[in-house]
Write a protein that binds this ligand. Structure first.
Ligand SMILES: Nc1nc2c(ncn2[C@@H]2O[C@H](COP(=O)(O)OP(=O)(O)OP(=O)(O)O)[C@@H](O)[C@H]2O)c(=O)[nH]1
Ligand SMILES: [Mg+2]
Length: 241
């Protein structure tokens, strides 16, 4: 994170990670398409001919609070293809939070697991620790046949501490939920480390409510309630700090 005290502005880096073709770029495109012109900057995309990300995508979003404090969010995707290992490591450096985009199809289970191991290794290479990193998991492509069931995903959510979102990114389904879940966890961690409330009068709940409102009528609580979580799960805005 970068803090600019004179401009009263913070910049947060969020990285969409996951196996090849799981829908990372589609998530960013969807966020771009669903946000207003005042919120979104230009999306940078570097594709090969067949839609595969070669280097990375980047979408900047800017949200300004009533108190004139700005949160700039830089969203990145990594290229999922196995050969782009070193690029993933580079893109991951300085990440404040990660959304792991998995493919829901049963046949992709091994590819998801391999990409998750790759994430762990690259976090380590960047001196980031998985346990300390704000992380959400998205199971995308819920519209396809032969996918892992809701029950299986709920069981997975119960085993780990990360919230699990279901999505069909091509239909904009679950994309904003995932983004807000990650933004919530990331800002909570940064607030704890940097006392954003004390320094800028930053109120996380009202900020996240305003961000949710930029994407439509669904409240922040309703977005966060769509996550599958372990009992006592992480996403309640009501809890302290
Ligand atoms: N059926 C279906 N297809 C999807 C969904 N999300 C993405 N796709 C398709 O999956 C393909 C890959 O999507 P991308 O967003 O390019 O995947 P990526 O994760 O960025 O892939 P890499 O850049 O190679 O790592 C595209 O053809 C998308 O249209 C979804 O929810 N359902
Ligand atoms: Mg891509």
């Amino acid at each position: 994170m970068q803090i600019d005290f004179s401009a009263r502005e913070i910049t947060v880096k969020l990285v969409y990670y996951g196996p090849a073709l799981s829908g990372k770029t589609t998530n960013l495109q969807s966020l771009h398409d669903q946000s207003s012109a005042e919120t979104r900057g230009r999306m940078m995309t570097l594709d090969t001919r067949d839609d595969r990300t070669l280097f990375f995508d980047m979408l900047p979003l800017t949200f300004t609070t009533e108190g004139g404090f700005a949160v700039r969010v830089k969203l990145f995707t990594v290229p999922g293809q196995v050969i782009h290992e070193s690029t993933r490591r580079l893109v991951l450096s300085g990440a404040d939070g990660v959304a792991f985009i998995a493919d829901s199809r049963v046949a992709e289970t091994q590819a998801n697991a391999a990409a998750f191991r790759d994430l762990k290794a690259n976090l380590k290479a960047n001196d980031l620790e998985l346990r300390a990193l704000p992380l959400v998991i998205q199971f995308n492509k819920r519209d396809l046949p032969d996918i892992r069931s809701d029950q299986e995903l709920a069981a997975q959510a119960e085993r780990g501490k990360e919230p699990v979102f279901r999505a069909t990114a091509v239909k904009h389904d679950g994309v904003v939920d995932t983004f807000l879940g990650l933004l919530h966890l990331t800002l909570r961690a940064l607030d704890r480390q940097n006392d954003l409330r004390g320094k800028f009068g930053f109120d996380r709940r009202s900020f996240l409510s305003a961000v949710a409102a930029r994407f439509g009528d669904v409240s922040i609580d309703a977005h966060l309630a769509r996550a599958l979580t372990a009992p006592g799960g992480e996403l309640s805005l009501a809890e302290g700090a």
